[in-house]
Design a protein around this ligand. Structure first.
Ligand code: MLT
Length: 303
């Protein structure tokens, strides 16, 4: 019997792991408890809350598989897992539509000042004349990271009449660029030429604080920055300074260096801040669990 520990909230029955697997569901397990019990399991299933770092992997002497329901693997020490012969799987395919919709929601929300409109109207104000927004059509969208999510954003942006500048460290096939009419540029050009900038990079030493004072200083006065990737990619204090000084048009952040966030960004104007809900749709969550269930079953069926 394969012993599996689920460490974060998931719909266990949707994993459909079957009778050959003994599953312990402990969605609120503490780190100390995890370190205590991990040695008894062949697989861990996690979302983003549980950190599967060196200490956990070392204590998990029987571990063969770490399965992350979702995209980001920054909570798993993938290299160390590999070095110990532990396979790591995730389900990046599940969250694409949810994140893409969140990105457009945020771009539109900032541009049409929708939060202020809502709060004001409910408070009895009628700020119609003050709430003149901007349309996405005809604007330049800069996409940093042109993987699954970035490419889908490109498709939607094309339909909306936006033009696309893209940047990625991995070469992008010309056919993919042609499909959405995207042009590859360097990061500096992307920051200085875009009306909207959306980030879709993983959290790595190379991307930490990628968007700081220098990149922000290149942005157009009306430009809007959207981050649904990982909080540490943006220097939130530098962003707050630029917003407070009116040097950029606005920002929408779904992810933060520390979650929940603290500091100046909470008070900065022209922002929409959300609690890491990019992947929080019924469809994405169902898909993440179903896909991870399939990957766990396939792994143990073939091992
Ligand atoms: C992910 O990486 O899967 C998303 O950011 C969603 C999450 O971690 O909750």
């Amino acid at each position: 019997m394969v012993k599996i520990l689920i460490c974060d909230p998931v719909e266990v029955e949707k994993l459909a792991l079957g009778p050959s697997m003994a599953v312990d569901y402990r969605p609120a397990i503490t780190r100390e408890e995890l370190l205590d019990v991990v040695g008894g399991y062949e697989a861990l299933i996690v979302r983003s809350r549980t950190k599967v770092d060196k200490a956990v992997l070392e204590k998990g002497g029987r571990l063969k598989l770490v399965a992350r329901a979702g995209t980001g693997l920054d909570n798993v020490d993938v290299e160390y897992a590999k070095s110990r012969g532990v396979t790591v799987v995730n389900s990046p395919e599940s969250l694409v539509e949810a994140v893409v919709e969140q990105v457009f929601l945020m771009m539109l929300g900032v541009s049409r000042k929708v939060v202020r409109a809502d709060v004001g109207t409910k408070a009895g104000k009628w700020e119609k004349n003050a709430l003149v927004g901007r349309e996405l059509r005809g604007k330049v969208l800069g996409v940093v990271g042109f993987g699954r999510i970035g490419r889908r954003i490109g498709e939607v942006a094309k339909v909306l009449g936006m033009s696309l500048l893209v940047y990625d460290v991995i070469p992008i096939p010309q056919a993919v660029l042609d499909q959405v009419g995207a042009k590859v540029v360097g990061l500096d050009e992307l920051f200085s030429s875009s009306d909207y900038i959306t980030l879709h990079v993983p959290m790595t030493p190379e991307t930490a604080r990628l968007v700081g004072t220098e990149k922000i200083s290149r942005m157009k006065k009306n430009a809007v920055l959207v981050n649904t990737s990982r909080g540490g990619v943006v220097d939130e204090d530098a962003l707050a300074v630029a917003l407070n000084e009116g040097r950029i048009g606005g920002a929408a952040l779904d992810v933060f260096e520390k979650e929940p966030p603290t500091g100046a960004i909470l008070e900065a104007p022209n922002t929409i801040l959300t609690p890491h809900i990019g992947g929080q749709t019924e469809e994405a969550q169902l898909s993440a669990v179903t896909v991870i269930g399939e990957k766990v079953r396939a792994f143990f069926a073939s091992s």
